[in-house]
Every structure is written in C-alpha cells, then in structure tokens.
Design a protein around this ligand. Sequence first.
Ligand SMILES: CC(C)(COP(=O)(O)O)[C@@H](O)C(=O)NCCC(=O)O
Ligand SMILES: [Mn+2]
Length: 905
Amino acid sequence: MAGLKDDPVLGTKDIIEKREGAETKDAVISKQREEEGQGDGEMAPHTGNSIHRSGSRPQLDLSKAAIQGNSEERDPTILLPNQSDDISHLALDIGGSLIKLVYFSRHEDRSINDKRKKMVKERLGISNGNRRSYPILGGRLHFVKFETRKINDCLDFISSKQLHLGGVDSHRWLSETPANCNAVIKATGGGAYKFADLFKERLGVSLDKEDEMDCLVAGANFLLKAIRHEAFTHMEGQKEFVQIDQNDLFPYLLVNIGSGVSMIKVDGDGKFERVSGTNVGGGTYWGLGRLLTKCKSFDELLELSQRGDNRTIDMLVGDIYGGMDYSKIGLSASTIASSFGKAISEKKELEDYRPEDISLSLLRMISYNIGQIAYLNALRFGLKRIFFGGFFIRGHAYTMDTISFAVHFWSKGEAQAMFLRHEGFLGALGAFMSYEKHGLDDLMVHQLVERFPMGAPYTGGKIHGPPLGDLNEKISWMEKFVLKGTEITAPVPMDPPGTTGLGGFEVPSSKGGTLRSDASALNVGVLHLVPTLEVFPLLADPKMYEPNTIDLSDHNELEYWFTVLSGHLPDLVDKAVASEGGTDDAKRRGDAFARAFSAHLARLMEEPAAYGKLGLANLLELREECLREFHFVDAYRSIKQRENEASLAVLPDLLMELDSMTEEMRLLTLIEGVLAANIFDWGSSACVDLYHKGTIIEIYRMSRNKMQRPWQVDDFDVFKERMLDNPHKRALLFVDNSGADIVLGMLPLARELLRRGTEVVLVANSLPALNDVTAMELPDIVAEAAKHCDVLRRAAEAGGLLVDAMINTLDGSKENSSSVPLMVVENGCGSPCIDLRQVSSELAAAAKDADLIVLEGMGRALHTNFNARFKCDVLKLAMVKNQRLAEKLIKGNIYDCVCRYEPAS
Ligand SMILES: CC(C)(COP(=O)(O)O)[C@@H](O)C(=O)NCCC(=O)O
Ligand SMILES: [Mn+2]
C-alpha cells in the first residue's frame, strides 16, 4: 500500500470510534466462542435455510407432498402426487462388455417461492405462466457403468435406487400408486435383446429397444450441443477443448469404437448414414490381446501397454532402410512399416516377447488403422471433423494420440480427430433422449452445470464409491479412502497418462506406470439440469466470453493455487464444523470434506483438464460444492452475522458524513469506501491474518486511511464525469462480501445512485460461498439499513423489499413510494466468482433495462470478468488481496486497488 492519507470523511473516524466499543466486545466474545468451538444458538445449524437455487429452478407443485419412508432421515424421498411433468429417468445401453446407465434424479429440487421472488417477478415483469416452456424440471443426469458379466450388480443398483419405477408409461415415481408390472425402460445395445427376460424377471420391467445407431447419433448430437467442454483434441499428450458452434456442427463423422467400429456421417438431428466401419476394433484388441498375453481384463491389457515398447516387435521404416528415414515419401525411420513385422524375421516364440510390448503393438496397430480408415471416410465425404467415441478409448492418452496422429498424418493436418468426454455413454444417452416429452433435447449449454461429487463414478460392477447421495456411506467411504490410498477408484489421483509424442512412435513415457481402469468414467460428472439458467444478456460477445482470468492449464499457476487452497483447508474445516454446532457428526463430515476436496485437488494437479477446461473460478466453486456435498450449508454464517451487526451500527454516522460533502467528494469517498471495505474477505489468507490484529471497525478504518490515489488501476475521473453528467437508468450492483463490504461499501453507493434517480438492483449469490452475502440475507440487511435512511427505505419499499420488515421509519410516513426502486435478485450461483454464461432468469430479466454494471470484489471483477466486455457501462471495483495476483494482473502489490471503468462497447 502506498503512503498514508487522511480519512476523507472528516470526523467519521471519531464517530466510528465512539460506537465501536459495544461492537468490539460482542465481536471478541463471539470470536472467542467460535475459536473454542462452543456452538451457541447462533452457531447451531440453521434448519430453515435449506440450500436451493430457487430462482434457477422452475416451480414444483408441492400440494399433497408426502414423505416416503423414514421421515427421520436427513433427505427422505418426497412424493409429489400432483406434480404433472413427465419424468423418464433411466435408460440403458447394454453392450458386449459394459452396461451403461443414464438416469435422471431431481431430489434436490426444493424451490421456495418466497415473497422477495414474487416481488422481483412482478417488478421485472417475469411471467409465471410459462411452465410448459420448461417441460423438464431441474434435476440431475447421472452416468454409471457396470461390466456386463456382472449384470446382477447392475440390477441390484437399479433396484436399490428404484430407478425402474419411473418408466415412460406411468407417473408412478411421482405418485403414491404402487409399482405395476408395465414399467418400460428404454434400452439399446445387443443386451437389450439378450437380457430382456432377466430384467422382466428381476425388476418386472420391459425393455423398450431403441436402434443403436439412432441412439449413438442422438447422444453425440446432444453432448456436442449441450456440453461446453465435451469435445477435445489430444495431440502429443496435450488435451485441448474445442468450442463447438451449435450452428456449425453438421456434417461430421462419428466413429464409435466398441467391439467393432461404426463410422457414421451425421448431417443433422436424426439425419445420418452409416457409411463405413471395420471389424478390427476394441474386441479385436481385447480378443487377440487376451490370447497373446493371458491378460484377464481389457483394462489390464491396456495397463500393460503403458509399459510396452513396440519397437521390439513392430517392423519400422528404419529397420528396412538401415536406420534411415524414407524422407522422399515423408516417413521417418521410426514409422511403423509393418505391425508385428519383426516377428517374421526373428526366431522367437510368443514367450520370448514381453506381454507389455505385444499389448502396445496391438493397440497401436488397431488405433492407427481406425484413425486411417476414419480419415479416408472423412475425405470421401468432404468432412473436416471426426469425433471418436466408444469405450475402447477410455480416456487413454496413448490411444488418442495414435488416432490423432493417423488423422493428422494422412490429412496433412487438414482434418482433426476429436474425442468426447462422455465417449462411452453416447448410446445410453441417446436411449434416454428417445423418451418423449422430457424436453431434454431443448436444453442448451447454459442450462447444464456439471459437478463432480465424490462417488459419482461406478465402474466394473463393483461400487467404487459410496451409493450416490447417501451421505453416511459417503463419509465412511472417504474414511476408508485414506487407508487404501489410491487403490480406491474415485476422483483420486492417477498417474499421468503415458503418451508417445507426435506419431506415437516413441514408447510410452515410463512415468505412466499404471492406468486407472476407470479413467474415462472419472472424467464424467453429474449433469445438473437447470432449465432456467440464461446467458447474461449484457455480454458484448457471449461466444467469445471466457469467465476465467487465470488459466490453470499453466502448471505453475495450478501448483500455486493448489498450495493456497490446500493451506486454507484446516481453517475452513474448523469454521465449517463450528457452523454446524461442532458436533461429532459435523467433525466427521468436516474430515470427509477435507479428504474429498484434497482428492479433487490432487486429481486436478495430475490432470488439470480431467473435469473440463479448468480455471481458478472452477476450483473455487468446486470447494463450495464439496462443502455442500457434505452438508455444510453456510460455514461463515456466524462471521457474516457478526460483521453485519458491527457495520450496521456505524452506518448512520457514515451516511451523515457523506451527506455533508460536495457531490464530487462524496462520489470519490463512496468508491474509496467500496474498495476499502472489500478487505473483509475470509477467502484470502493475508486478510484473515489481519483480522487477528483488530476489530472489524479498526480494520475498516485502517483500510480507509490507507487509500491513496491514483489506485493501481484508476479510471475514477472518467466514471465520475459520466456519473455526474447523466444518471443511469438502472444499475446492477454485483455485491460481494457481508459486513462492512455490503453495509459500509456497496449500500451507500446504491443509495447515491438511487438519490440520483437510478434504479438499483443488488445482485447477490443464490447460495453461500465464503463470507459472501446471499440474496436471501440481503432484504434483512437492507431493512436494517433503511431504519436509518429515508432514501433506502423508500427505494426498498418501492422495490418490494420491505414487505415484511417491521421497520421504524425516520419520519413515520409511508406515502412516498414514488421513489426509484431498490431490488435484490439472486445471480444463480454459489461461488465467489461468476460465470456470466449461466445466470438466474431473474438476473437476466433485471439486466434488460440496465445501463450500468458494477462488479465488485476479487472473485467477480478480477478472477472472473476482468477481461469481459459488456453492452453497457461497467465499473469493476476490487481490492487485490493476494500478492501474486496483484503482480500478475495489475503489476502492483497486495492491497492495491482496481477501479476500472469501461463505457458501453
Ligand atoms: C476467494 C476470493 C476470490 C474472494 O475474494 P472477494 O471476491 O471476496 O474479493 C479471494 O479471497 C481469493 O482469491 N483468495 C485466495 C487467495 C489467497 O488466500 O490469497
Ligand atoms: Mn467474497
């Protein structure tokens, strides 16, 4: 921080000091209690405040809702007999070696239609009568697989989760009618015929068979349109996600590598032709491999290849040309001239070759051949893009590199091989899509959020993780996780996949010692369907928008943030456990959370693109999601309450001081106030260290005192000109932290805007994240503040915020509601950052008339959106509370400030 400067608010300091005594004592006591882990009333779990993304979800018909089974359970199933939407929620692809399941669940959808939401809807003109435009409800799409030979495990799984009770021909899943025998499940793959009787016998359900090709194409089309980071290239070990333009998807070649290989030219939804195929596929690799190596499973064979050297068995160009390249036709000495060709000239028997080398040679032979045939077919039909799917690939770096090389080599770089993250689930997903009326096919990229909970992947017929959603089992499993280390297959670290480099002609790198058998499953999360999410309408160019400022594909960055977040863990766990009353149950959950989050971090360190393209925002959100997964509703609740109270106590004096200033001075003081108060950030370790050194108000005052212009990024003068020149019509204030940040920073700024005739919409998180204020908490804070301020009171009344609040107005008058409104909308997320491609419908509606955006805080204005361009004026305000970020982003130091103003573009 640059040198000291006098507090611009003359006298405010003294007044704050006077009031602060009372606050300080309470704060200290409360802090002590918290540190000692003494849960009091304030710290006890907040039962009425269940997690929900209410604004992001369509409404449910809750009438006659009843709990099914044991109502003592933490999350009992709730039956909604009057809910009329059609839900089809299980589809299968039963292949020769694997059964793939896709199923839909919606148990977490607990929309609450609170008063604030009603008012916001009224004010923003959001209609309620459009339910049919969202034919599906919010929910989740799960991906699970089993080995076909362990079909009984699969049937047990379906039965235990009652997945077979929601078939197309009934609404039984939603009603209290007992299961009948007419349930129908969509299924594809040969096993849909082979095992039809078994399904009938064991589960009483009929399998409705869907054509395999139809399903593959429907699945691929859905994924390519709906999942942002679905397709990627893989060259020389580098994975790169490809942004597919929905309007420029067709035509493409889909190569599905199962036991055999199908090549399908896809021209549109339901428009395709199987143009070629080859009988040399995954079955060939596995069959020949088993005979030649005595391996017991496909994965074992694949794992062997990781340690192989195919040069001992393949005949290379160099073997023929005396170690030279055949450069005239572009073949390097290391090019395979003939797979297994060396075996003809050497007097060796099968036993003389290493199984590892045989496996690698076989894998390369088949992958290369498939890549080449695929390319020739793409050439035949003039197709530039080739997508490869099917469980043969299994996320195996070496296989992908070999296929990519073949396509690249033969097309002279003109065509590109792309792979799909959900490679093995195309058929099952397609079968799921074949249910009518679920509306899934209408979903767009921005309506799907992918999450990676612990225990998501089930593979191989064994349950490699706890049953989904069962918290207790999940925790026990996390406890075992430590005992068994990486043996447990879940999102845990795996060795870096071996790769071969361009051409795949080198041997796999030795560091890839083991291949995790479920590598590909681990790259598939649970898809949360949130039909009401929208793209923020004020983004200047949504297609070019990239929320993350820091790209974690840079390994140094990843390592740094990994260390930072690991360092935060012990303290976070303490806070989370205390927030739930410090009970034994909370401690156990806290421990499980720490293990789970550490496992995610370790996994991402090894393979940063494992969960899709990784930015810092994703990592910060993953932490919050992981807390929620272990039922920590709001780890910072008591801290937030304490800081709100302390700040509200000094607000009236701050407002009085502000009112005594000239317009220009006031504006500067307000912006300084926002920046100074942004120091209250429990996500920054530097700041948390500071909090031990003083009370909230002392730190706030110190931060104010140290403000000195010019800030490291300082567009204040341009902003001031614009502000004073002509008031904005509507401002969206993306607020950040609780306490001083909102109360002494953003609310006074909102008040100024309101006073100048600008409508103000406070945009806050839908779910808690660190000490960020949420949309649920804001109305009460505003109501408290409004007790001391007429401007806020009138605006809050006009915005419908004070409908319930029993506030003592300053003048007792109620008649003046002609004021411009102050509203609160939720942003649709539960993270310290914001991805503006996926915001709540109420925020999207509020944005329509807005001509000013204020993004506040590191998470929303720096980690994300620092480079974002908008259709309207934008002010990005933040204090940088991390030294490395300050150096990197603004060539400054920790506690430097950013006031970046960008007029409409
Ligand atoms: C999590 C945060 C983005 C929150 O910052 P805010 O948006 O509240 O200003 C920030 O505190 C952060 O980047 N913390 C991690 C780095 C650190 O401990 O320095
Ligand atoms: Mn914050």
